[in-house]
Design a protein around this ligand. Structure first.
Ligand SMILES: [Zn+2]
Ligand SMILES: [Zn+2]
Length: 447
């Protein structure tokens, strides 16, 4: 069998899937039609015909209408394809919340057989959640290379004021026209870049979790992601200039990230400790009534923090005595108090989750720590792999003006410090690099 890294995007969509050495059969369905190229929008009639979509429910907002929505309507009209359109409004922007979910559901015509979004993160998320709610297929005409959720089977929603991931459905159709994407607001291009740079960290976190926690892992998928992020770095200079080639590569990488998550059945290929940082920052924003900042820029900031921690760990060789000391010295009561101080209303939930999992039972901390000691030579090799690209990554983040300052993305230093300190305590029970550092006593004690 051809390796995943040798396949074109089209080949990766093989509806039969690929029986892989990792034990899984990787399949991107329901995604059937994908084009990331100049003029991709012209393929809309052909794509809808292939998907047998006849009555389209079209969703856009004011910005995405201008970017591509009006052209989509023209194309549908010219082809005589039935279409009902919904313009979403929000001040200052449309949010992925209960209110918009209801607006979309109320406007959904009874005879609609396909939901087509024109937009990026939020519109795509609302389309996917409505498609899942009403058992309809959906698709997206991308207007910005701003995030990696185009092909993923989940939606980031703010339900009842809490940010959560809802498992929905993958789109059947993605059209990413680089002529449209290159005109996206530059902050959205920066955000997509930040989300893409996460992949070095997420893959390293995944490789380490495989060693320490014996987690499922697929080397083919990991290589697919590294190849995609390398392609973005190779054409970095295209991005500030909005050149077609760089925009296309980055969009391909972002779409591929979603496909890789579908292939793996988990978020590991695209999300590690840097994403945990972003999620915690969002929790702090929502808890204090602020709107969270841009996902990709927060993730890019998180990549910088992860690089520092990888560097710190590389200078250290954990020993059995040390991990025994770390396990015995973990002060559960102090940890609980610190969680309450940092998370207010959401603290009890986080504490309950950790208890259910037995995360901080001394014997479990010790077992993980000993596993780290045992696998240290292999772990160190993974860490060195990350550090080998560190300077290049930092320079690239500089180029895209993704800084090391939390204030630049709307957070205080204290919130940023807490996002790092409690990084391993996210709801998702995921072993990330901060988990390792905590288990071997490299993280500060919470206070
Ligand atoms: Zn595999
Ligand atoms: Zn992301």
């Amino acid at each position: 069998m051809k390796k995943l890294t040798e396949m074109s995007l089209q080949e990766l969509l093989n509806p039969e899937g690929f029986a892989c050495d990792c034990g899984k059969t990787h399949c991107a369905l329901p995604l059937k039609y994908l084009a990331v190229e100049k003029g991709a929008l012209n393929k809309l009639p052909e794509a809808l015909a292939a998907l047998e979509a006849k009555n389209i429910f079209l969703i856009y907002d004011e910005n995405t209408y201008r970017a591509a929505g009006s052209r989509v309507e023209e194309i549908l009209q010219k082809e005589g394809i039935s279409c009902n359109a919904l313009l979403l409004t929000g001040s200052p922007r449309v949010l992925p919340d209960d209110r918009q979910r209801k607006i979309v559901a109320d406007a959904l015509p009874a005879d609609a057989d396909f939901i087509l979004g024109v937009g990026s993160g939020v519109i795509n998320d609302l389309c996917k959640i409505t498609a899942a709610d009403y058992h309809l297929p959906c698709g997206i005409v991308a207007t910005a290379p701003s995030m990696d959720g185009y092909a993923s089977n989940s939606s980031a929603m703010e339900l009842s004021g809490i940010k959560c991931t809802v498992y929905t459905t993958c789109p059947s159709l993605i059209l990413a026209d680089t002529d449209i994407l290159r005109d996206a607001p530059f902050d959205l291009i920066r955000a997509g870049f930040g989300d893409m740079m996460a992949k070095y960290i997420s893959i390293a976190d995944w490789r380490i979790a495989r060693l320490v926690m014996d987690e499922y892992y697929c080397e083919e998928i990991a290589r697919l992601m590294i190849k995609a992020v390398d392609a973005v770095l190779e054409s970095l200079e295209d991005l500030p200039l909005r050149r077609e080639e760089g925009i296309r590569r980055m969009t391909e990488g972002l779409v591929l990230s979603g496909i890789a998550m579908s292939f793996a059945g988990i978020s590991r290929p695209a999300s590690g400790m840097e994403h945990h940082i972003s999620h915690f920052l969002e929790m702090f924003a929502l808890a204090s009534g602020r709107q969270p900042g841009s996902h990709g820029l927060q993730v890019g900031y998180g990549v910088r923090q992860a690089l520092k921690l990888y560097e710190k760990a590389a200078q250290h060789t954990p020993t059995e005595e040390e991990v025994k000391k770390a396990a015995a010295g973990f002060d559960a009561a102090a940890w609980e108090n610190a969680v309450r101080r940092a998370f207010g209303d959401q603290a009890e939930d986080l504490i309950r989750m950790a208890k259910e999992e037995g995360r901080y039972l001394p014997e479990n901390i010790l077992a993980r720590g000993l596993s780290v000691v045992k696998h240290w030579p292999e772990i160190l090799e993974i860490i060195r792999g990350v550090l080998a690209v560190k300077e290049r990554l930092l320079a690239a983040l500089d180029t895209m003006n993704i800084t090391d300052s939390p204030e630049d993305i709307g957070y205080t230093k204290k919130e940023a410090a807490d996002a790092l300190l409690f990084n391993r305590d996210l709801r998702a029970r995921k072993y990330v690099f901060t988990s390792l550092c905590g288990d071997i006593g490299l993280m500060p004690q919470p206070e």
